[in-house]
Structure formats: C-alpha cells, structure tokens
Design a binder for this molecule. Structure first.
Ligand code: FES
Ligand code: FES
Length: 160
C-alpha cells in the first residue's frame, strides 16, 4: 500500500511500486486532467508537480513519489500562480485542440514560481520541452509573459 498526497488529499493505493504516477492519477484516482501523450518523457503532456517540481508522470513510478506532495492541473485554479497562468491562457485563447494544455500550464506555473520575471528567451527555453501538435507556441509563450506581468502587478496586456 502506498499513500499519495494529491492536491492536499491523501489517497492509499494498492499498486505495484513501479506503476507510473500518470496511470495512478488517471486510472485509479480519476484525475484525468493530466494527459497521456508519448509515455516516454518526450512530450510533457503528463506534467505534474511533485514537491513543487515539474515531473513527467508517465515515467515516474509511485515508489519515487512516496509522501511528497503532488499537484495536478485540477488544483491550479486554487494556486495564485496557476490561476494567473490559466487566466492568461483564457484571455489569449491559447488552446487549439487542448490536448497538450494541462502539461503546458503545469510547466508554465513551475517556471513562473522558480523565475517570476523570465525573459522571452527564458520562456522559450523553459517551455521547450512541452510539445504542441497544434503549434500554439506563440500564444503559449505570450500567455506565460502575460501571467508574469499580471503577477508583477502590471495590468497592461500582451499580444499573442
Ligand atoms: S506522456 Fe509523459 S512526456 Fe509524453
Ligand atoms: S493545443 Fe493541440 S496539441 Fe497543443
């Protein structure tokens, strides 16, 4: 039995220790906001936060998580930075098909927590591991910039 702390709630799961966190979140616990893309740590669709760090849940076994707090897209609306990112996403109409977006938002939120005022180059570099088959990269980067500005108290907008 493994105890996982997901979005502040403890879940006891009876799974093999090598079960990927992504499978556990989606299939066992119903946190289906986190998406399966490649299953090989290549696309970022499955990104969640473990102990505040962005990780690829498709290749993270539950045994490596232990009691560390896990945050998923379902909790971002109650996180000040996550909320600012989501608001910027909506304002700039970032999503196209939407499939990559949960992972993008989790990576963007982690980026702004570690670097609240990233340069354009740092945004591109920080988001570069998250793939978007729809090619929404310009809007994604603009929304990260807008969220950063809003969190700094700058109310001026940003264009995609
Ligand atoms: S599904 Fe995990 S990185 Fe692609
Ligand atoms: S919005 Fe479609 S894959 Fe990114």
């Amino acid at each position: 039995m493994t105890s996982l702390k997901i979005n502040g709630k403890v879940h006891d799961v009876d799974l093999s220790p090598d079960t990927p966190l992504l499978w556990t979140l989606r299939d066992e616990l119903g946190y289906t906001g986190t998406k399966f893309g490649c299953g090989m740590a290549l696309c970022g669709a499955c990104t969640v936060h473990v102990d505040g760090q962005p990780v690829r849940s498709c290749v993270t076994p539950v045994s490596a998580v232990g009691g560390k707090p896990v945050r998923t897209i379902e909790s971002m609306a109650s996180d000040p930075v996550g909320k600012a990112v989501q608001d910027a996403w909506v304002e700039l109409g970032v999503a196209q098909c939407g499939y990559c977006q949960a992972g993008q938002i989790m990576t963007a939120t982690a980026l702004l927590k570690s670097n609240p005022k990233p340069t354009d180059e740092e945004i591109v570099a920080g988001m570069s591991g998250n793939l978007c088959r729809c090619g929404a990269y310009q809007r994604i980067n603009a929304a990260v910039r807008l969220a950063s500005q809003r969190l700094q108290g700058n109310r001026t907008g940003a264009k995609a």
